[in-house]
Design a protein around this ligand. Structure first.
Ligand SMILES: *[C@@H]1O[C@H](CO)[C@@H](O)[C@H](O)[C@H]1NC(C)=O
Ligand SMILES: *[C@@H]1O[C@H](CO)[C@@H](O)[C@H](O)[C@H]1NC(C)=O
Length: 342
C-alpha cells in the first residue's frame, strides 16, 4: 500500500516537472520568434549607426553570417572623379566591381561605359570598389591610384570588399550618390558582367510616362521566396526573416532608380538591419518607404541568364543582360553599335 502511494507520488511529481519544462521551453521559443503576419519587417533592438551619443567608443554588434556591419562610418579613401561635382549627368552608370578586377573596368571603359552623350543627354560611368581583402594589397593600392589618376572614374570606400559585403557596397554607393548627385536624374547600378544598351535605357528614362521620382525598375521579382535550405547560396533562417517572401525588388544585376531615392533609402535603412542579400535589402527599404518598384514597359528589356548568343532582334529590345564572358560583352556591344533590328 505504502509502496504504491510512493510510486503514485513520484509519478505525479515527474509529470509536473515534465509539464513545467515543456511550458518553459515553449515560452522561450515563443519570445524568440517573430510574429508572422506582422505589419512589416521587424525593427531590431540594436540598430547600426544609432548608438547613443554618450558611448565614447562605438562598439558594433558582431553581425553574424546573415547580416552585415554597416556602421555608417566607412569613408571614401579614393574619390578623384568630377562626376556630379562639376557635371550634372542625366544618367550615372554605377558599377560595383572587385578591387582587383582591372579587366572588367577596362572592358566597360572600351564598350558600353564609353558613351558620354546619348540622345543629347550626359551619361557618366563610376566604378565602386572597397579595400582589397588579402594578397598583395599594397601593390594593388598603388596600381589603383594610377588607374584613378588616369580615368577619374573610381570611388573606393574603406570596407573590406567581398561577396558577403555587397550590401555595404550598395549602401556606400547610396551615400555617395546622396552626397553628390541630387541634381542628376537617374542611376543604373550594373554588375560588371552585364552589357547595357545605353541608348535604349536613356530612351526609356526620357519617355513621358516614366516617373521622375520614387522610381525603381529592372527585372522585378514580385514574389521572391526566402530560401530555407541551409545548402542554398541565399539561405536565410527564420530567426532573421520570418516572412516567407521578400518584398518586391529588382534583381541586383541591373536596377535603375531616380536620384531622389538614395537619401530616402539611407534614411529608412537606419531602421532595418542590413542582410547580406543587397537587392532584397533594397526591397525591404523600399517597402518601408511605401514605394513599389515598377516593371519595365517590356519584359524583354532586362534579361538574366538568357540563352546565348542573343540575336539582333533580342538585342534591339534590350536594356541589360547578364553575359558569360568578356568576349561576349565586346561582341554584343559591337553588334549594338553597328545597328540591331527585328
Ligand atoms: C566586411 O567588411 C568589414 C569592414 O571592413 C570587415 O571587417 C569584414 O571582415 C568584411 N567581411 C568579409 C566577409 O569580408
Ligand atoms: C528622413 O526621415 C525623417 C524622419 O522620418 C524625415 O523628416 C526626413 O524628411 C527624411 N529625409 C529624407 C531625405 O527622406
Amino acid at each position: 500500500m505504502d509502496n504504491r502511494k510512493r510510486l503514485k507520488e513520484a509519478f505525479v511529481f515527474t509529470l509536473l516537472m515534465v509539464s513545467v519544462s515543456v511550458l518553459l521551453i515553449y515560452f522561450h521559443a515563443e519570445t524568440n520568434r517573430q510574429h508572422p503576419g506582422g505589419p512589416s519587417f521587424r525593427i531590431p533592438k540594436v540598430i547600426y549607426g544609432a548608438q547613443k551619443a554618450s558611448s565614447p567608443e562605438p562598439h558594433w554588434e558582431v553581425p553574424g553570417p546573415y547580416h552585415v556591419a554597416y556602421p555608417r562610418n566607412y569613408k571614401f579613401v579614393m574619390d578623384d572623379t568630377q562626376t556630379c561635382k562639376n557635371t550634372t549627368p542625366f544618367l550615372i552608370l554605377m558599377v560595383p566591381v572587385a578591387t582587383k578586377d582591372f579587366q572588367s573596368r577596362n572592358l566597360i571603359r572600351r564598350t558600353w561605359g564609353r558613351e558620354k552623350i546619348v540622345l543629347n543627354k550626359l551619361v557618366e560611368t563610376i566604378f565602386a570598389v572597397g579595400l582589397p581583402g588579402e594578397g598583395d594589397a599594397q601593390q594593388l593600392t598603388e596600381t589603383l591610384k594610377q588607374e584613378s589618376m588616369q580615368y577619374r572614374d573610381l570611388i573606393q570606400s574603406n570596407f573590406v570588399d567581398s561577396y558577403h559585403n555587397l550590401t555595404i557596397k550598395t549602401m556606400v554607393m547610396m551615400e555617395w550618390l546622396a552626397k553628390y548627385c541630387s541634381k542628376a536624374s537617374f542611376v543604373i547600378k550594373v554588375d560588371s558582367d552585364v552589357v547595357v544598351h545605353v541608348n535604349n535605357l536613356v530612351k526609356l528614362l526620357l519617355a513621358p510616362n516614366t516617373p521622375k521620382q520614387n522610381y525603381m525598375t529592372g527585372l522585378v521579382w514580385w514574389h521572391s521566396p526566402v530560401l530555407r535550405s541551409p545548402f542554398n547560396k541565399f539561405y536565410m533562417p527564420l530567426s532573421v526573416i520570418s516572412e516567407p517572401e521578400y518584398p518586391p525588388y529588382p534583381l541586383g544585376m541591373a536596377y535603375v532608380m531616380s536620384l531622389d531615392l538614395p537619401p530616402k533609402i539611407l534614411n529608412v535603412s537606419l531602421q532595418i538591419k542590413p542582410i547580406y542579400i543587397e537587392d532584397a535589402y533594397l526591397g525591404m527599404c523600399l517597402k518601408r518607404l511605401g514605394i513599389s518598384p515598377t516593371d519595365p514597359p517590356e519584359e524583354t528589356m532586362f534579361l538574366v541568364n538568357p540563352q546565348h548568343p542573343l540575336n539582333s532582334c533580342t538585342l534591339s529590345k534590350l536594356i541589360a543582360t547578364t553575359t558569360t564572358s568578356v568576349s561576349q560583352v565586346s561582341w554584343y556591344w559591337h553588334m549594338i553599335k553597328r545597328g540591331v533590328w527585328c
